[in-house]
Design a protein around this ligand. Structure first.
Ligand code: SF4
Length: 168
């Protein structure tokens, strides 16, 4: 992983690094997006790209990257001024796979999400964050099964799962 990360840093084609381990906190409607981004980059035109390091063995399918929720949320944060004077024009966001997901290569696998404003539906990330905030702030929080259930820590208490059915 260190070799792959070093290869990424040494790639002269990569955009300029603004900072790493950058804290962010920004309100987007009813939601507050908080966290810390692994790396923030700047394109020559001044737009900003968040790069998220991944160390696992799996990665999203290619056709899932354009609407990857985490990357879309980072872009939304940029557009809402999460990085202050650094700018609020998004250059997209990216996953940088440093672990087994990079395969046998000595270089990392980079999956890039294009800027929201260039996508067919530029508002999808705002709708997603808005709907999530409304759902979590509402009086009911329905269980929504999906592939993510595999890693869910509360599966045995979930009414949508056979394991949690005794709670129905
Ligand atoms: S097991 Fe239930 S609570 Fe956990 S992610 Fe799946 S639907 Fe949500």
């Amino acid at each position: 992983m260190a070799r792959r990360l070093a290869a990424y840093f040494a790639d002269a084609e990569r955009p300029e690094k603004v900072s790493s381990e950058v804290p962010l906190r920004v309100d987007v409607g009813r939601a507050t997006i908080t966290g810390r981004v692994d790396r923030l980059e700047r394109e020559p035109d001044g737009s900003l790209r968040v790069v998220d390091y991944k160390t696992g063995s799996s990665k999203p399918k290619a056709d899932e990257v354009a609407t990857h929720p985490q990357l879309g949320t980072y872009q939304l944060a940029v557009e809402h001024g999460a990085f202050g004077s650094e700018g609020r024009v998004s250059a997209g966001a990216a996953l940088l796979h440093l672990g087994k997901a990079a395969g046998a290569s000595e270089t990392p696998a980079l999956q890039q999400q294009p800027p929201l404003e260039t996508q067919d539906d530029p508002e999808w990330a705002a709708r997603l964050v808005g709907a999530t905030a409304e759902g979590m702030g509402g009086g009911e929080f329905p269980a929504t099964p999906g592939s993510w259930c595999t890693f869910c820590p509360v599966k045995t208490s979930c009414p949508a799962m056979p394991e949690g059915s005794t709670l129905r």
